[in-house]
Design a protein around this ligand. Structure first.
Ligand SMILES: Cc1cc2nc3c(=O)[nH]c(=O)nc-3n(C[C@H](O)[C@H](O)[C@H](O)COP(=O)(O)O)c2cc1C
Length: 367
């Protein structure tokens, strides 16, 4: 089995990736005060030095008061955090790697008591009350404009500090996806109703990011059918609906779609073997990133809840077959790269026996 397809360069406009291996965005919660420190710099540098063509950083919060939902998540605003990220960028570039930040707003997942301002509740498409208290503030039109402006500013800052593009986190039931999904969006204004209306927030946000960074700066958009609130949720049921959903996002300025699935080999719709990234590429003509259990024999949500399980290294044969068929362009690897900075080098050199298994223990430290 030749792994050459994973190690071919990829070009898109000004973006040149040395390999097709992408590090999937993974929250690590090792940035006290929201500032990526020397351990974080070293963590990303190691992956760039060992054959990862593009690093997508852990989710990093835009400069809006309710963007964050968890402790020790890095910010993508403010002088100290941006200076930290600049050091990450320089370290990755010195190894010949490329890097984009994943820009994140958690929306209604946030609860009062969370950093950085404990008094701020979640913000989401809909208000939520508990025991008469507002736990989620329903976003006004002004709030929508404020969040859009925060994403545009973050993208501009990414460009200024030398990032190679940005990824907008539109997946997994966080703010942008909360607008997409009818389970979390029953608004009666122009941001609710049909999927086209529920996409309006994302479209305006992408347009604002594109206007801020100009025509050349790569914008990756991550989306998923599944939600952390409901793993079986689906935004669209068939290929035609997927095309209708994605085309306005592409028109707004997306260069690459990152199609988040938990198992890359699963056909997205009946009647074809194509996975979500395969359909997205076919329907939009845009390059796509696939993801989900690459190189491992168990999918990731299992390991978030069950401490005993260990995911063992698995064959890449099916993945390479799809990559060789040009079903998608790039391959994101999550846990396998989290536990093993040298994963890509080991794959390239055929050292399968040296590849490390993944268990929850790997989350406890940055290696
Ligand atoms: C510890 C951990 C943290 C994650 N954090 C994020 C995140 O911040 N943003 C995101 O879009 N996905 C996140 N994910 C999902 C991964 O990007 C990826 O889609 C998932 O792990 C499946 O890939 P894998 O099977 O190769 O691990 C996270 C996954 C893990 C394991």
């Amino acid at each position: 089995m030749s792994v050459a397809a994973l190690f071919k360069p990829f070009h898109l406009g000004a973006l040149e990736l040395p390999t097709r291996v992408v590090m999937a965005p993974m929250t690590r919660s090792f940035s006290p005060g929201g500032v990526p420190n020397s351990k974080v710099i070293e963590y990303y540098r190691r992956r760039a030095a060992a054959g990862v063509g593009l690093i997508i950083t852990e989710g990093t919060t835009v400069g809006h008061q309710a963007a964050n939902g968890y402790p020790n998540v890095p910010h993508f605003y403010g002088e100290a955090a941006l200076a930290g990220w600049k050091k990450v960028v320089d370290a990755v570039h010195a190894e010949g790697g490329r890097i984009v930040p994943q820009l994140w707003h958690v929306g209604n997942v946030r609860r009062k008591g969370t950093e950085p301002d404990a008094s701020v509740p979640g913000y989401g498409p809909m208000e939520k009350l508990k025991d008469g208290q507002v736990v989620v503030h329903g976003m006004t039109l002004q709030d929508i404009q404020d969040v859009i402006a925060a994403f545009a500013q973050a993208a501009l800052d990414a460009q200024r500090i030398g990032m190679d593009g940005v990824e907008i986190h539109g997946a997994h039931g966080y703010l942008i996806d909360q607008f997409f999904w009818e389970g979390t969006n029953q608004r009666t204004d122009e941001y609710g109703g049909s999927l086209a209306n529920r996409s309006r927030f994302a479209i305006e946000l992408i347009q604002a990011v594109r206007a801020a960074v100009g025509p050349q700066f790569p914008i990756i958009f991550r989306f998923s059918q599944w939600k952390q609130q409901d793993y079986s949720a689906r935004l669209v049921q068939d290929a035609q609906a997927l095309g209708e959903f994605l085309q306005p996002l592409a028109d707004a300025g997306v260069d690459i779609f990152h199609c988040s699935t938990r198992r890359f080999w699963e056909p997205e719709f009946q009647g074809s073997d194509l996975n979500l990234a395969g359909w997205t590429r076919k329907l939009t003509g845009k390059p796509t990133i696939t993801v989900g259990s690459v190189g491992l024999d168990g999918e990731f949500l299992q390991f978030m809840v069950n401490t005993d399980k260990v995911a063992q290294p698995a064959s890449l044969e099916k993945l390479l077959e799809r990559l060789n068929n040009n079903e998608f362009d790039l391959v994101a690897v999550g846990r396998a790269l989290l536990v093993d900075p040298d994963w890509a080098t080991k794959v390239r050199e055929g050292r399968e026996q040296d590849i490390l298994p993944f268990s929850r223990e790997a989350l406890m430290s940055l290696v």
